[in-house]
Design a protein around this ligand. Structure first.
Ligand SMILES: Nc1ncnc2c1ncn2[C@@H]1O[C@H](COP(=O)(O)OP(=O)(O)OP(=O)(O)O)[C@@H](O)[C@H]1O
Length: 524
């Protein structure tokens, strides 16, 4: 900016000296070259520094947000919902990235404008004051338009969360939509198109307001040039050189000003995105847990107790589901089945036991010690689980043993997957398998983790009769014999006799806790 203002001053002075005998064109030319080179270096340096800054901040934002999601309470994440989190991680971060990336040219333009204004002030304090007066008028009138535009962009952004949910329904429900032509049309018109249309409308209205601001700002600018060209010479005795200087400066400042104004919608969008991210971060912080495992998990334990532990889901529509209060003590080396009808609270109880949900009343005691919020992450490290909606990572995460592939191969053979999947340096050759096979792979990961307690949520539901029998009659007893505690949620009443203990739930309450005599079919 300083270099550019200097160049304009030099050009003005050089024009004034043209044809004069006392002029020194070589000195002007040399100064001009020096200024041009300095301007080139300054602008390259500024861009390099600002691009680095912008990319560093995007990187930091993505990593920080991911860490916060990982450290947040599961229930808080469930309530926020995947679409909101995904929209934050992609749309908001991208909007900020775009604006931050554009900041270098805007920064340079601002510096040029400041430099030009400084030059005007040097030429004439009065003209500078006049220009500032006009700038204040322009600023206030544009502010109103910008605020409205920003409000519309904020409304459009909140629709993006809804759109993300509908995109998820589109990809997740593609099979159903393909089968159902009327349903497909209904979904497309009443849901997706309607939301996308409303988003388009709000965005367009916001952007039109920004465009109006741009044109309005420019017309004020023309007023300024007109005043200087026509009114100023009438009011004050100003020489032609100074007027030429003002006009050249104004003409020069149009480009950078336009650059700043053109970027306003993007900056506004980024500011809306930033507000969204801040709100998301605050909500994540609300549910933040102490996510650090400072001590090694216990290899031996005696008791795990739920003492009057309860958990309540509260829906936004006022509905409620209450689990508990439940009193329960688990010991090492027992196979416990949790049974009950759909919606009786089995999975909720499992999440409570796993430390994924925090009891809303009562507490969990591990070897007599109450599990507090600071211990919860450590406590969870005692469990391996295969959830009903399990997720299979393509890599075995967190293992550093050199014999991992050999150990994994052994379990691949046990689970009859060795013909389908290879594991090389902890990476699965494929996860594109049948649902039952994928669940067996999830079980393999749990086996490799070799933790003291296992939780299986309807693991056998997707297995063929042969593997179902293998699971209940061979795999579970093997785990018990290795001293593991297995908590299996099951609807397979054919195999209830394989449990050491059966806990039945109904409407969130334990209705029975029995220890049936174990059948010989289930002992190895
Ligand atoms: N994410 C959730 N948000 C709000 N309420 C929930 C949520 N998950 C479950 N519930 C409520 O909790 C109740 C118990 O659900 P849970 O998943 O624990 O049942 P379940 O016994 O495992 O059922 P199923 O045999 O069908 O898997 C449900 O009836 C439902 O009302």
């Amino acid at each position: 900016g300083v270099c550019t203002a200097g160049a304009i001053a030099l050009v003005n002075a050089a024009i004034g000296q043209l044809g004069e005998a006392t002029g020194n064109p070589i000195a002007y030319a040399t100064s001009f070259i020096v200024l041009a080179i300095a301007s080139l270096f300054a602008s390259v340096l500024a861009r390099v520094l600002l691009v680095r800054l912008s990319q560093d901040s995007v990187f930091a934002l993505q990593v920080q947000l991911s860490q916060q999601i990982l450290a947040s309470d599961l229930r808080q994440l469930e309530c926020l919902g995947t679409p909101r989190l995904l929209a934050g991680l992609t749309e908001d971060v991208q909007a900020i990235a775009t604006a931050v990336y554009l900041l270098p040219p805007v920064g340079i333009s601002l510096a040029v404008v400041a430099g030009c204004f400084a030059y005007i002030a040097w030429l004439s304090g009065w003209v500078f004051l006049g220009v500032m007066g006009l700038a204040v008028v322009a600023g206030y009138s544009c502010r109103w338009l910008l605020r409205r535009g920003r409000g519309l962009l904020a409304q459009a952004r909140s629709l993006q969360d809804v759109l993300f949910g509908q995109f998820a329904a589109l990809t997740g429900g593609i099979k159903e939509l393909k089968l159902h032509a009327r349903g497909r049309t209904d979904f497309l018109t009443a849901d997706l198109r309607a939301t996308a249309d409303r988003y388009r409308l709000l965005s367009a209205r916001g952007l039109i307001l920004f465009a109006t601001t741009d044109s309005w700002g420019k017309s004020i600018f023309f007023v300024a040039i007109g005043l200087i060209l026509f009114a100023l010479p009438q009011a004050f005795a100003i020489d032609t050189e100074a007027i030429a200087g003002f006009v050249v400066t104004f003409a020069f400042v149009v480009g950078p000003l336009e650059n700043i104004v053109n970027k306003l919608p993007l900056v506004s969008r980024a500011s809306v995105a930033l507000q969204n991210l801040e709100a998301l971060k605050l909500q994540l912080q609300d549910g933040a847990e102490v996510a650090s495992v400072t001590r090694a998990p216990r290899s031996r334990w005696q008791t795990l107790e739920l003492r009057a532990a309860a958990y309540t889901y509260r829906g936004t529509d006022g509905s409620e589901f209450a689990l508990g209060p439940i009193d329960l003590t688990l010991h090492p080396g027992e196979v416990v089945f949790i049974v009950g009808g759909n919606g009786s609270g089995k999975s909720t109880l499992a999440k409570l036991l796993l430390g994924l949900y925090v009891p809303s009343a009562g507490a969990i005691y591990f070897d007599g010690d109450r599990v507090e919020s600071g211990d919860r992450d450590w406590y969870r490290q005692h469990f391996s689980a295969v959830f009903a909606d399990f997720y299979l990572f393509e890599r075995l995460l967190g293992f550093d043993e050199p014999d991992l592939d050999a150990r994994a191969l052994k379990y691949l053979q046990t689970l009859q997957l060795d013909g389908k999947v290879q594991i090389e340096r902890g990476r699965l050759s494929t996860t594109q398998l049948s649902q039952g096979q994928r669940k067996r792979l999830a079980l393999l990961v749990a086996y490799l983790e070799d933790r003291p307690m296992y939780v299986f949520d309807e693991w056998a539901a997707d297995q063929d009769p042969h593997f179902r029998a293998v699971f209940y009659e061979q795999l579970l007893p093997e785990l018990r014999d290795r001293g593991k505690t297995v908590i299996a949620i099951s609807h397979d009443d054919r195999y209830f006799h394989c449990a050491d203990r059966t806990i039945a739930l109904d409407y969130g309450r334990v209705v029975s806790d029995t220890r049936p005599a174990r059948s010989s079919a289930c002992t190895d």
